[in-house]
Design a protein around this ligand. Structure first.
Ligand code: SF4
Length: 408
């Protein structure tokens, strides 16, 4: 099989993994002429958008899609009837360098099915990164998937070469993992996440810089949504635990995608993509907007509404807290106004120090008027009486059904 055929199979096999963001690494720059590639000036997500809105691309491949394991939700599982391929270490290195030189990519995302043993697989993955860094002075971004059961020394070495490491938690509940991926050991996954956290802490606490660098962009994970019956409440609680216990940079939510010849234990249909989108929004509210989980989902409402975003849903349930005078409200309260992002809130706080904000200023502050006006007071605007009490207010915001399915 030639390398192009392998690439077709192994890039396609990697597309189900969403955990390839590349934010937060340290800048490595080769403009001094001593190396190849650069993570500066910006970072991003595989064929997707960085938080700063910039699109970057990584070569995202598996070393091999052959796998000893038989995770039911995975197209590469041992019992799957898909064409198999395997790159050599040299081939992945060469592809990365070729694509980089042609400006197709800014880095590499490398994962692998588990062959022979976790240590053998991890060793192959590490060899790719080591060859790129040490033999070719590659300074682009590298994200490596970590095999949970691999030896500690291999994981340390992976962190020496990679910007980011990730281990997929896969499913929000341990019982689902036991049922759908019986060979995976949730304790080993969590133990390795804990080991990564310790190494990351040691590395960031080392002010002397004597320790070898360790994955400066941190660790991340992926959770599949909709392959089991877990509610959004359960998913968000698992994420909160992962962020708290292992200091993850990101939890990625990946809507389950039905695979050929799937087990009867799996749903026949994918969940709406909007569900994945709403989980990302809720995740951000929990991490950056001061919301607690039970303000967003609770036992009576365990699923996020699909029709409106979770902050708007919260605001509509707490109409007594609005309208808010944005020239005087606290930063914490401003963060809870529908349509106000963190940057907009920073701009409001800075602007109101020297001038009074009016309706005509909203566009300059990047605030969507239609969404925000029912919830705010300005010197030249006050929502009409009873508008906030109107049960039909939600209709003003609800997207069309087609948008719900597409995740727009
Ligand atoms: S370990 Fe499981 S999820 Fe990973 S490639 Fe193998 S079958 Fe797929």
């Amino acid at each position: 099989m030639d390398i192009q055929q392998k690439l077709k199979i192994l890039a396609d096999a990697a597309k189900y993994d969403a955990s390839c963001a590349s934010s937060g690494t340290t800048a490595r720059d080769s403009r001094d002429g001593k190396g190849l590639g650069s993570t500066a000036p910006g970072m991003g997500i595989c064929h997707s958008y960085a938080p700063d809105g910039r699109c970057i691309s990584l070569l995202k491949v598996l070393l091999t899609n052959a796998c000893n394991y038989d995770c039911l939700y995975c197209v590469n599982r041992a019992s799957s009837n898909v064409p198999r391929a395997r790159f050599t270490v040299k081939e992945v290195v060469q592809l990365t360098l070729d694509f980089y030189r042609r400006n197709y990519i800014e880095g590499l995302f490398l994962s692998s099915g588990i062959i022979r043993s976790p240590d053998y697989t991890m060793e192959q993955v590490v060899r790719v990164a080591r060859t790129l860094r040490e033999e070719h002075r590659f300074r682009g971004y590298i994200h490596l998937k970590t095999i949970p059961e691999a030896d500690d020394a291999l994981i340390s070495e992976a962190g020496k070469y990679a910007d980011r490491l990730s281990i997929n938690i896969e499913l929000p509940e341990d019982t689902s993992l036991a049922k759908l991926a019986p060979e995976k050991d949730v304790r080993a996954i969590r133990r390795t996440m804990g080991r990564l956290r310790l190494k990351l802490d040691e590395s960031s606490d080392d002010k002397t810089k004597k320790r070898p660098r360790f994955a400066p962009a941190g660790q991340s994970t992926q959770m599949i949504v909709g392959a089991d019956a877990a509610s959004d409440q359960t998913i968000l609680a698992t994420s909160a635990n992962l962020y708290g216990s292992y200091k993850l940079k990101r939890v990625y939510y990946s809507a389950f995608s039905p695979i050929p010849d799937a087990s009867r234990n799996l749903p026949l249909q994918a969940p709406p993509l909007m569900r994945e989108h709403r989980l990302y929004q809720a995740d951000w509210l929990l991490r950056f907007y001061g919301f607690a989980i039970d303000e967003i989902v609770d036992p009576d409402n365990p699923m996020l509404p699909l029709a409106i975003d979770p902050k708007l849903a919260w605001a509509l349930r707490h109409r007594d807290r609005f309208p808010l005078d944005i020239n005087h409200a606290s930063r914490e309260d401003l963060l809870r106004v529908p349509g106000f992002g963190r940057t907009a809130v920073d701009r409001i706080v800075a602007t109101r120090q020297h001038t009074t904000i009016r309706v005509s200023d909203l566009a300059r502050l990047h605030i969507p008027r239609r969404k925000a006006l029912p919830f705010i007071v300005l010197p030249d605007h006050r929502p009409p009486p009873r508008q906030l009490d109107d049960a039909r207010l939600i209709e003003r915001f609800a997207p069309r059904p087609a948008q719900l399915q597409l995740g727009l």
